[in-house]
Design a protein around this ligand. Structure first.
Ligand code: UN1
Length: 483
């Protein structure tokens, strides 16, 4: 049975397909025979219509009552939370993360909207005394205007939520382009937003390719800010275009996050943290720990037990409750993962377990989690972001070597250490150059109400999430007045 054709949301309504559009089929990576939804793709022209609709809505929304903004965001958050299970199943079906994680992600999306509902009511300015007699000064926060939001496939609802909610909260209008691999969760979110009481044009969503729709969006002169999460390569292109036309830009890109395991680590904590950080969500998180740096005292026992635990992980259909690791997101990503695994072997690393494609009826993109030892720092598997369930282990002598190895990367998103020593924990927190530091916790899996972001090749521009999101989604105005 073919499901009805879905479409983009522009100027307060879902677009009626004309029949001339290209069709996008959203397939389930656990079983690609299963078509989740079909979409009429947007094009450049519709992108321009959406941006103009957003621009026409800017001034009314920018000066809207904060209680209205709070109520709208709260309503969206409440509906997402109430539909946690159903939206979680949809997400697991289209992206492949297991149901437990998918429902957790939906929860996070709902709570982001709830957080920014409150944030809409917070004070937004400061008063200063002037150095000139009789003059008063205040600063206020103004919305930026039309914001372009481009989100990746690995968090189909949480990343859109943590970008859209603050954008709307601070009085901006949004044109949102989700990754074409995961349009169904985005469509469900847009449908919820469409009933939340927002004026037409304030929120728009375009389902379409990056090379046409994404490109038209980031180049449009009325788009004053672009928030993007995705690959480093695309991020660099967006930054260049944005800077050229002086738009604000916020980028979240890759990671090659280290996790140090010290001799004094609690073994069980170390195993849980390493497994979760490396393999959960099939390793498809920019915060995943893909480099494990282990000191030599704990190394033999830790690796033996990690191998055992990795082998025991059940790879399978994302919707099956007994599955630990769902499929890789699509055939292309699977090929990338397998290519990295081949390169690891060719460069002389030892594959202790996993790394094989699992062939199942239905043709899902299942890959056994791969564990490499005898890794050296120049190997591609150790240096480049893979975005799959592939973990490289480096053996070091002591903390100093471990710390230096952790720092040796062009990225800087998240970094972790497992230790019972206060000295190492403190040193690592203080000196790590990553944007997020985890002690006895996985490098991935962060809270929704605190700043998120990294340094160097991982992130660019102001932080996302929490109260820090205000920096990107507003501009400061300084007003002087002679009394
Ligand atoms: C998390 O680890 O909880 O794309 C969030 C990503 C990140 C989000 C990770 N921007 O993987």
């Amino acid at each position: 049975m073919t499901s009805p054709l879905k479409s983009s949301f522009v100027n307060g309504a879902f677009v009626e397909p004309s029949g001339a559009e290209q069709i996008l089929e959203n397939r389930n990576p656990s079983d690609p025979r299963d078509i989740v939804d079909r979409f009429a793709r947007a094009d450049e022209q519709l992108t321009h219509v959406a941006v103009e609709a957003a621009n026409a809505a800017v001034s009314a929304w920018a000066t809207s009552n904060p209680q209205l903004r709070a109520d709208v965001l709260d309503r969206i958050g409440s509906e997402i939370l109430a539909r946690r299970e159903e939206l979680g199943r949809l997400l697991a079906r289209e992206e492949g993360k297991v149901l437990r994680e998918a429902m957790g992600e939906v929860d996070r999306a709902g709570r982001s909207f709830k957080f920014y509902a409150q944030e809409a009511l917070r004070a937004s300015g400061e008063k200063y005394e002037s150095v000139r007699p009789g003059v008063g000064i205040d600063t206020s926060r103004q919305p930026v205007g039309v914001v372009g939001i481009i989100s990746p496939w690995n968090f189909p609802i949480a990343i859109p939520a943590w970008k859209i909610a603050p954008a709307l909260c601070f009085g901006n209008c949004v044109v949102f382009k989700p990754a074409e691999m995961v349009p169904s969760s985005a469509w469900a979110l847009a449908e919820i937003i469409s009933r939340s009481g927002l004026p037409a044009g304030v929120f728009n969503m375009l389902i379409g390719p990056g090379r046409s729709v994404g490109d038209a969006l980031m180049r449009h002169p009325l788009v004053k800010a672009i928030s993007f999460t995705g690959s480093e390569q695309t991020g660099r292109q967006i930054a260049a275009i944005a800077v050229e036309r002086m738009a604000k830009v916020q980028l979240e890109m890759g990671g090659k996050n280290p996790l140090i395991v010290m001799d004094d680590a609690d073994m069980e904590v170390a195993l849980d943290v390493a497994l979760q950080g490396s393999f959960f969500s099939t390793g498809q998180r920019c915060t995943a720990s893909s480099r494990l740096i282990v000191t030599e005292g704990i190394y033999p026992e830790f690796i033996a037990r990690l191998t055992e635990r990795t082998r025991a992980l059940k790879v399978g259909d994302a919707l099956d409750a007994s599955t630990d690791i769902g499929p890789v997101a699509d055939a292309k990503q699977l090929e990338v993962d397998l290519d990295f695994i081949r390169s690891g072997i060719a460069e002389g690393a030892t594959l202790v377990c996993g790394g094989e494609r699992l062939v199942r009826e239905g043709g899902g993109y299942f890959l056994e989690p791969a564990l490499f030892v005898d890794v050296t720092p120049e190997m591609r598997i150790y240096r480049e972001e893979i975005f799959g369930p592939v973990l490289s282990v480096l053996k070091v002598r002591n903390y100093e070597e471990a710390f230096a190895a952790a720092e040796d990367t062009p990225f800087g998103l998240s970094a972790g250490i497992v230790t019972t020593s206060l000295k190492y924990a403190e040193h690592f927190k203080r000196n790590s150059s990553a944007g997020m530091v985890m002690v006895n916790l996985p490098t991935a899996g962060v809270d929704y109400h605190v700043p998120f972001g990294g340094n160097r090749g991982s992130s660019y521009g102001p932080r996302e999430q929490g109260t820090y999101a205000r920096e990107f989604f507003t501009r400061v105005k300084t007003s002087y007045q002679l009394s």
